[in-house]
Design a protein around this ligand. Structure first.
Ligand SMILES: Nc1ncnc2c1ncn2[C@@H]1O[C@H](COP(=O)(O)OP(=O)(O)O)[C@@H](O)[C@H]1O
Ligand SMILES: [Mg+2]
Length: 305
C-alpha cells in the first residue's frame, strides 16, 4: 500500500521563494495526512540528507520553489539516495530553471517563444540592441516570481533594467514584449488540464501582483477564443514534452492580439497552496486538491519503478 510508505514533504529550503514553499508544503502535508499517508514535513536546508535518513523517507514529495529544490540539485541528491520523488527529473528541472537553456530547446522544436537575445555580464563588448522594436522585457536567466524583471518602453530606461537583472544572474534575457493576454496552462502526468487567464491591475504580473491578494484577477477558463486556447494548450504541452518534464507543471504564456501563443517559461514545481493557480486549473478539470496530490504522488512512484 502506498499509504504505508513514509512520505517526506520537502519544503522551505534556502531559495528566495522559501516562504511560498512553506505554504505549498503545509497544504500538501495536510492533504497527505487527510488521505491517510504516513507523511512528515521536512525543512530542506543544508542538513536535508541527514533528515531524510533520520526520518527513513521512502518517497519525497517536493514542495520546493526556486533554487536547489527546483533546478535539479535536490532531484540529483534523491537519485543518488535512491528515493523516488515527485515531478520532473534532474535534466528537465535544470533546463526549465534556466530560461536561456529552455528557450534554446524550444527553438529547436519550433515551439513559439518571443524573439530574444542573450546578454552576458562577462562580455567585454557593449550590450547589443536587438533587431526587434520596443517595448522589451529584460529578465535574469535563472530567477522566478518575476524577481529582476522589467518592461522597457523607452531606450533611456534600458541600462537601469539591465543592471537590475544582472544583479540576480550573470546572464540576462532581452525579449520582445508581447501585448495581448497572459494565460497559464496546467499539465498533470502528461495530460493538459486547462488554463487560467491572469489579469494583473499593475503594469505586468510582477512580484507584488503575484503575492498581494486582490491585485490580480484570475479567469477560469481564459476568456480567449477556442482556436487560441487550443493553440496555447498545444504549445504548452510541446514545451512540457520538449524539456522532458514529469508530474505537475505550469506553463506561462502570452497570447498576442492575433491569437498566437508564446511560451515564456516552464515551472516544474508550481505553487501548491489550495488557492495557487495549478490547483485552481486542476479543480476545473475535476481534481479537488487531495486528488491532485494523490495523482502527483502516484506519478512519482511509477517513475521510480
Ligand atoms: N515577453 C513578454 N511579454 C510580455 N510580458 C512578459 C514577457 N516576459 C515576461 N513578461 C511578464 O513578466 C512576468 C514574469 O516573467 P516570466 O518569464 O514568467 O518569469 P518568472 O520566472 O519570473 O515568472 C510574466 O508573468 C509576464 O507578466
Ligand atoms: Mg512566470
Amino acid at each position: 500500500m502506498l499509504t504505508d510508505k513514509r512520505v517526506g514533504v520537502l519544503m522551505g529550503g534556502t531559495s528566495a521563494e522559501r516562504e511560498i514553499s512553506l505554504k505549498s508544503g503545509a497544504a500538501i502535508y495536510s492533504a497527505l495526512k487527510g488521505l491517510g499517508y504516513n507523511a512528515v514535513d521536512i525543512d530542506a536546508g543544508p542538513d536535508v540528507c541527514i533528515a531524510l535518513s533520520r526520518e527513513k523517507i521512502e518517497i519525497a514529495f517536493l514542495a520546493l520553489h526556486g533554487g536547489h529544490g527546483e533546478n535539479g540539485s535536490v532531484q540529483g541528491m534523491l537519485e543518488v539516495l535512491g528515493i523516488p520523488y515527485t515531478g520532473s527529473g534532474v535534466l528537465a528541472s535544470a533546463l526549465a530553471m534556466d530560461k536561456e537553456a529552455s528557450k534554446k530547446v524550444f527553438v529547436y522544436h519550433n515551439i513559439p517563444v518571443p524573439p530574444f537575445i542573450i546578454l552576458n555580464r562577462q562580455s567585454s563588448s557593449p550590450s547589443p540592441f536587438p533587431s526587434f522594436n520596443l517595448p522589451w522585457v529584460v529578465k535574469p536567466a535563472t530567477e522566478g516570481s518575476s524577481v529582476g524583471v522589467s518592461i522597457v518602453r523607452d531606450k533611456a530606461k534600458f541600462e537601469e533594467a539591465l543592471e537590475k537583472a544582472f544583479s540576480y544572474s550573470s546572464r540576462v534575457i532581452l525579449e520582445k514584449y508581447i501585448g495581448g493576454k497572459e494565460v497559464h496552462i496546467g499539465i498533470l502526468n502528461d495530460r493538459v488540464l486547462g488554463g487560467v487567464e491572469v489579469r494583473p491591475s499593475l503594469e505586468f504580473y510582477n512580484y507584488k501582483a503575484k503575492y498581494t491578494p486582490g491585485l490580480t484577477e484570475y479567469i477560469l477558463p481564459p476568456e480567449i477564443n477556442k482556436g487560441a486556447y487550443e493553440k496555447a494548450k498545444e504549445a504548452a504541452f510541446s514545451a512540457h514534452v520538449a524539456l522532458g518534464c514529469k508530474g505537475a507543471t505550469r506553463m506561462d504564456l502570452r497570447i498576442d492580439t492575433e491569437d498566437n501563443p508564446y511560451v515564456l517559461e516552464v515551472n516544474t514545481i508550481p505553487g501548491m497552496t489550495e488557492t495557487s493557480l495549478l490547483p485552481k486549473i486542476a479543480s476545473l478539470a475535476g481534481f479537488d486538491f487531495p486528488s491532485l496530490i494523490e495523482e502527483i504522488i502516484r506519478g512519482a512512484v511509477n517513475e521510480g519503478q
